[in-house]
Design a protein around this ligand. Structure first.
Ligand code: GTP
Ligand code: MG
Length: 328
């Protein structure tokens, strides 16, 4: 032990020994290190405290990590579907999410405004659908987590700006997604060539079709567009076609709403069960309660695909708007 240590060292050392929490220990160690004169005789002592300090800091960091992993890109699905809004800079992604949902992402004339995804809820009839605003797709850098968000989504809105090379923007977006092995679902045949790719439902949204004047631009764009795309032309600025867009989003999600009716009672029309298109009575039973699947004896359906009150079997396919009475 070197002899020439000042009295402050011994005070600081006492405090360090008394410290309970990791944060206190770190603070006391830093203070302690500051009191030790720097010369050859104190090298070992200082190195020892340094090691302890870095160990404590590393341990504190790993503890913090679970918090850090909750990145802005981990957005829990809410409502009837998760719809991610993607596209080139400045096409109006944030404007669209601000117009259709309760979220208020920043909008500006300058490109590259958005840095983080922002979710919001859009009402459609009796449903809530989640829309997520995202940072622009760019050649230089794209957060890998954005790609995962697109892969996990139920639908991607590919936004282009009618007034700024919409064809080029759409081609770039598709090429970009393809580079990362994300394939729009209606191009499914391509998937056979690459089994590692992810199919994602996609809807092209042509924004900034503000008025009749820009309809000419739209016609030109549609003529040049080679592939068939599910597509809606809108204007966030003038509200043009925004209702049609909501309808198209619902259609593309390929979901149905079914209302459960307890025997002898009225159906609960306020809370639809949301199921993928093609779902059966069995699928609904599983969603209502796991006991229902095993014990289901009969079901009656009121709706478009059945005559009113028709008795149906477990594998009867349900349609949007059906009212179903499950009997156990
Ligand atoms: N004329 C016209 N301008 C629009 C429309 N929608 C959005 N804009 C404008 O386009 C600009 C960009 O809008 P943003 O919503 O910030 O675009 P963004 O795609 O989120 O942009 P980044 O976050 O930078 O990728 C803003 O000046 C908007 O006011 C529209 O329908 N018509
Ligand atoms: Mg934005």
């Amino acid at each position: 032990m070197p002899t020439n240590l000042p009295p402050e060292y011994f005070d600081a050392e006492k405090r360090y020994r008394a410290a309970q929490s990791a944060a206190d220990k770190i603070a006391c160690l830093e203070e302690l290190l500051g009191t030790i004169p720097k010369h050859k005789g104190t090298d070992k002592l200082r190195a020892g405290y340094r090691r302890r300090l870095s160990k404590l800091k590393a341990a504190a960091d790993t503890k913090k990590r679970p918090g850090r992993q909750e990145s802005a890109y981990h957005i829990d699905k809410e409502g009837a579907g998760q719809v991610v809004v993607v596209g080139a800079p400045n096409v109006g992604k944030s404007s669209l999410v601000a117009a259709l949902t309760n979220a208020r992402p920043d909008v500006s004339e300058a490109p590259f405004t958005t840095w983080e995804p922002t979710p919001g809820m859009m009402s459609y009839d009796d449903l809530q659908i989640q829309l997520i605003d995202t940072p622009p797709l760019g050649r230089d850098f794209v957060e890998p987590q954005l790609l995962d968000l697109i892969r996990r989504s139920d639908l991607a809105l590919l936004i282009v700006d009618l007034q700024t090379d919409p064809l080029g923007q759409l081609e770039d977006t598709i090429a970009f997604l393809a580079e990362h092995r994300i394939v729009p679902q209606h191009r499914a045949p391509q998937k056979a060539e690459d089994p590692g790719s992810t199919l994602v439902r996609a809807l092209v949204v042509v924004n900034k079709n503000d008025d009749q004047e820009s309809d000419e631009l739209l016609e030109l764009f549609l003529e040049l567009l080679e592939d068939e795309w599910p597509l809606v032309a809108v204007s966030v600025r003038t509200d043009r076609n925004l209702e049609q867009l909501k309808q198209a989003v619902f259609d593309q999600l390929e979901i149905i709403r079914v209302y459960a009716k307890p025997p002898g009672k009225k159906p609960d029309l306020a809370r639809p069960f949301v199921l993928p298109e093609g779902s059966t009575v069995d699928d609904l039973a599983g969603k209502v309660h796991k006991d229902f699947v095993q014990n289901l004896k009969a079901a009656r359906v009121w709706g478009s695909a059945a005559f009113d009150g028709q008795l149906v079997g477990r594998d009867h396919a349900l349609a949007d708007g059906d009212v179903v009475e499950l009997r156990i």
